[in-house]
Design a protein around this ligand. Structure first.
Ligand code: IPM
Ligand code: MN
Length: 371
């Protein structure tokens, strides 16, 4: 198979985690005789520094001309602490989502038995948790009209949704539920917000087309509590843009580290794959960030381009590293492996080198320890 993949490294730890995914995809291409061509493009603070724009038009062109996009992370502290900044790195990602009409962001939440101890939640509550968040990604308050009064004394952000915007992501969520445990939970705030009432109405209208899927509804405040109290109840969670942003970070607590979770953003054009974590500037350039969220995003990319066997091999390789505690500092602050080493170990597994290497001093040598 021949595929063109756009690589948008972005900011902070973006480049170093994405580098591991590119290495992994190259190893997959070699093993399975595919040809993947990678083209890098600028986005975020990095793009502002180099071109003045967080989303140069060349980046959009490269993405549109590719079969899939691998995205790193976005954001830089120099903009976070400057509310008056006119140009912000995040505009790059938001602009790209809009330009490519990436209306559905799919965020699976799974757990690894060996990592239960990392979660502040009780093991019995998080064992076998397996749900997926479908977050609407190109509408709502993120993209509504924004205003700051001339005297700087008041500001507003509009939240609006059309029926069509709700329908298209809802259909994807229902279809996913049919392939899973056949339960869909709509998270909204229909007791207060008009947009949420429209979401409920549209989902109720669509539901009969998916008669095998059980639908329930939760207000977002209650959902935020349920995700912590009893996350096993969820299968597919469908929600609007901002609620999805918030509950997906919250849900990462179940897995134990924000660094583990991947996501796929899909629409009518090229799909984009990115870890859910941010740019983690404190760790940038230190080779300590967790590449697993990015590598599992690459696995979602492989599924998306029709390579499920290859995707499964990447997931198995990641699970193998985690089970053998070849993990980064966020997971084991004492005996940890570097970002690049975890990437290499995933590739060893893909190349089946691990049989020779697993008990080998080689691995031990690459372990770092603060003791
Ligand atoms: C995410 C991020 C982005 C968002 C930021 C970087 C704009 O938090 O992908 O979840 O809010 O959507
Ligand atoms: Mn977020």
């Amino acid at each position: 198979m021949f595929k063109k993949i756009a690589v948008l490294n972005g900011d902070g730890i973006g480049p170093e985690v994405t580098r591991q995914s590119v290495k992994v995809l190259k190893a997959i291409a070699e093993q399975f005789d595919h040809e993947f061509i990678f083209t890098e493009a600028l986005i975020g603070a990095d793009a502002i520094d180099k071109t003045g724009s967080p989303l140069p038009s060349e980046t959009i062109d490269i993405c549109l001309d590719s079969d899939a996009i691998l995205f790193g992370a976005i954001g830089h502290p120099k903009y976070d602490n400057d509310p008056s900044a006119k140009v912000r790195p995040e505009q790059g990602l938001l602009g790209l989502r809009k330009a490519l009409q990436l209306y559905a962001n799919i965020r699976p939440v799974t757990t690894y038995p060996t990592l239960h101890f990392l979660s502040p939640l009780k093991t019995k509550n998080i064992e076998d948790v397996d749900f997926v968040i479908f977050r609407e990604l190109t509408g709502g308050i993120y993209f509504g009209k924004k205003e700051l009064s001339e005297d700087g004394q008041s500001a507003s952000d509009d939240c609006s949704y059309t029926k069509e915007e709700i329908e298209r992501v809802s259909h994807l969520a229902f279809k996913a539920a049919q392939q899973r445990k056949k339960k869909l939970t709509l998270v909204d705030k229909a007791n207060v917000l008009e947009t949420s009432r429209l979401w409920r109405k549209v989902v109720q209208e669509i539901a009969p087309q998916y008669a095998d899927v059980t639908v329930d509804y939760l207000f977002v405040d209650n959902a935020a509590m349920q995700i912590i109290l009893n996350p096993k109840q969820f299968d597919v969670v469908l929600t609007e843009n901002m609620f999805g942003d918030i509950i997906s970070d919250e849900a990462s607590v179940i897995s134990g580290s924000l660094g583990l979770l991947p996501s796929a953003s899909v629409g009518n054009r090229t799909a984009l794959f990115e870890p859910i974590h941010g740019s983690y500037p404190q760790a940038a350039g230190k080779d300590i960030a967790n590449p697993v969220g990015s590598i599992l995003s690459a696995a979602m990319l492989l599924d998306h381009i029709g390579l499920p066997e290859e995707a499964a091999l990447v997931r198995n390789a990641v699970t193998w590293t985690i089970e053998n505690r070849f993990v980064t500092k966020d997971i084991d602050p004492i005996n940890f492996y570097f970002t690049s080493t975890v990437g290499e170990l995933v590739i060893d597994y893909i190349n089946k080198n691990f049989f020779e290497r697993v008990n080998n001093e080689n691995i031990e040598l690459r372990k770092s320890t603060i003791i």
